[in-house]
Design a binder for this molecule. Structure first.
Ligand code: SAM
Length: 269
């Protein structure tokens, strides 16, 4: 049997389709999510409903966002699901999650086995809506989960770590081997829980400053901060901010990046 065919559907690589087929992994994910009635659950990429079915066993209503028209049609026509689902046939990258939360009348609980080819940009998109989200559970490449939780002074610490930790508390939940999927991906996976901070620990005046500074620093992570951030600060300004000029991007904490961002916003006013 063709490795890419699952339940009569030919897995589309361009949509990052790797379908969960391991019941114990599925059970563990649903147990971690703990879906309850009267919560606004939203699944990104329901696919062939491996998570959608057990989640909707526990609740009366669920919103799902699926880009693949064939899969969306299957969901709309599924006799066990059709009365419970609102199917949004759309690219999740274009969803306004604030509007969705307003429509559902409460903060969202977002989850999904994310398409790995767009998981990082999709998380950056979701970070813009953390005020409208109460938590998120995602299956990701294990390497991405390692980057989300990484602390300074490590190779995995990067822009994704800083931006994710700016917005959220991050809790790894479960590691998942390639054999849990069909077709099996080439890499290990992991489930992670992200809880948006109610009060951002180190708030910045302008998130664009934090975004631009972390981009400049980590795009040239081998350079010293003095060199990689030369378009933002001179040596004297960095020293005044208590930043050692010889540090590299991976040595600066979230708090230091936020202080740099605020200093930059203040200077540009
Ligand atoms: N949830 C299913 C499972 O666990 O078996 C499928 C997971 S599969 C890794 C990713 C799913 O996301 C697929 O159904 C795919 O069609 C869908 N998808 C891919 N890109 C998407 C996008 N930009 N917006 C919404 N859904 C997308």
């Amino acid at each position: 049997m063709n490795k890419r065919v699952h339940q009569g559907h030919f897995a589309r690589k361009r949509f990052g389709q790797n379908f969960l087929q391991d019941d114990s992994v599925i059970e563990n994910i649903v147990a971690a999510i703990q879906p309850k009635n009267d919560q606004a659950l939203v699944e990104i990429g329901p696919g062939l409903a491996a998570l959608t079915l057990p989640v909707s066993d526990r609740i009366d209503h669920l919103t799902v966002i699926e880009i693949d028209r064939d899969l969306a049609t299957r969901l709309i026509e599924n006799p066990f699901l059709k009365n419970k689902l609102t199917v949004i046939e759309q690219d999740a990258m274009t969803i306004d999650f604030t509007a969705l939360s307003k429509k559902l009348g409460q903060p969202l609980r977002v989850f999904g086995n994310l398409p790995y080819n767009i998981s990082t940009p999709l998380m950056f998109h979701l970070f813009e809506y953390t005020h409208a989200i109460s938590d998120m559970h995602f299956m990701l490449q294990k390497e991405v989960v390692n980057r989300l939780v990484a602390a300074p002074n490590s190779k995995t610490y990067g822009r994704l770590s800083v931006m994710a930790q700016y917005y959220c508390q991050i809790i790894p939940v479960l590691e998942v081997p390639p054999s849990a999927f069909k077709p099996a991906p080439k890499v290990d996976s992991a489930v992670v829980k992200l809880i948006p901070h109610k009060n951002i620990p180190y708030p910045v005046e302008d998130i664009k400053s934090l975004s631009r500074i972390t981009t400049a620093a980590f795009n040239q992570r081998r350079k010293t901060i003095r060199n990689s951030l030369e378009h933002f600060f001179n040596a004297e300004q960095l020293t005044k901010l208590n930043i050692n000029l010889d540090l590299r991007a991976e040595n600066l904490s979230l708090q230091q990046y936020c202080e740099l961002a605020n200093a930059h916003s203040a200077m540009s006013q």
